[in-house]
Design a protein around this ligand. Structure first.
Ligand code: 13P
Length: 287
């Protein structure tokens, strides 16, 4: 059964750890993430971007696959299925498809319009038992065609959005999607502390979890971050393991071309990456 992130976030805030949101792209990804969460007894949030949803033929396919896998794999840890950086229309589709959580990325709208649309979604989610993540200050970098300039969130705007009754809030603090450039100045903890001071107990989300040094992750958690999103790092480890398999000519040995064999090293590599993140974020054994 899928759950919303509400209870996960409350426990994470009290226990001073963060629940990983691992973005999924296909069946192998989903299977690896669920198996690792179960093995490590960690709660997990499966993130699905609009692009990934489209790739998997639509949000209904994703929801059906994830629900069936939870059952067939006997997964007992809390799992949320969460729309990542949703448009207003995408949010509506995921609510209908049976997701347990959505993110409305209204950061591209003027704050008044972001507030108005978020308010409407707050009401729908409350009625249907889903959790809702909102974003203030766009996250830098590029993800599935969504390009953010990497702003710092305005604490006053964060408060305005938090007060609408969203469950979790993503605030830009210098984090960006994808690999961090050499000259990246790091997370801005002053902005994070100022946001936290305004929004109180609201669990905060750190996007762009790939490549953030361990000490910064820990500091962010100590300042109220309860959910950290990781996507690129799994893509990189999947690609590296697949490259190695092919470069070693293993696809040409026996039935090494069988996709179940060809994709196995990548799927194993994802498990390793997810494990590292769960250990770093402190979510192991918190299911
Ligand atoms: P990365 O791809 O940088 O790990 O970011 C993932 C993310 O924030 C998804 O919303």
């Amino acid at each position: 059964m899928l759950v919303s992130v509400k209870e996960m976030m409350q426990k994470a805030r009290e226990g001073k750890y963060a629940v990983p949101q691992i973005n999924i792209n296909n069946l192998e990804w989903t299977k690896s993430v669920l198996a690792t969460a179960q093995e490590l007894q960690s709660p997990v949030i499966l993130g699905v971007s609009e692009g990934a949803g489209k790739y998997m033929t639509g949000f209904k396919t994703v929801a059906a696959m994830v629900k069936a896998m939870i059952e067939e794999m006997n997964i007992t840890v809390p799992v949320a299925l969460h729309l990542d950086h949703g448009t207003y229309e995408g949010c509506k589709k995921c609510i209908e498809a049976g997701f347990s959580s959505i993110m409305f990325d209204g950061s591209k709208y003027p704050i008044e319009e972001n507030v108005e649309k978020t308010r409407e979604l707050v009401n729908i989610c409350a009625e249907k038992g889903l959790s809702l993540e909102a974003e203030v200050g766009s996250i830098g970098g590029e993800e599935d065609g969504v390009v953010g300039m990497g702003e710092f969130a305005d604490p006053e705007e964060c408060k305005k959005i938090a007060d609408l009754g969203v469950d979790i809030l993503a605030a830009g603090i210098g984090n960006i999607h994808g690999k961090y450039p050499e000259n990246w100045p790091g997370l801005n903890f002053d902005v994070l502390a100022n946001v936290k001071a305004k929004v109180g107990d609201m669990p905060l989300v750190l996007h762009g979890g790939t490549g953030i040094p361990a000490d910064m992750i820990q500091k962010a958690i100590s300042l109220g971050v309860c959910k950290i999103n990781v996507n690129t790092e799994c893509q990189l480890s999947f690609a590296a393991a697949t490259r190695k398999y092919i470069e070693e000519g293993k696809d040409l040995q026996g039935k090494g071309y069988d996709p179940r064999k060809l994709l196995a090293p990548g799927a194993e590599a994802i498990k390793e990456t997810v494990k590292e993140k769960m250990e770093l974020f402190g979510s192991v054994g918190k299911a």
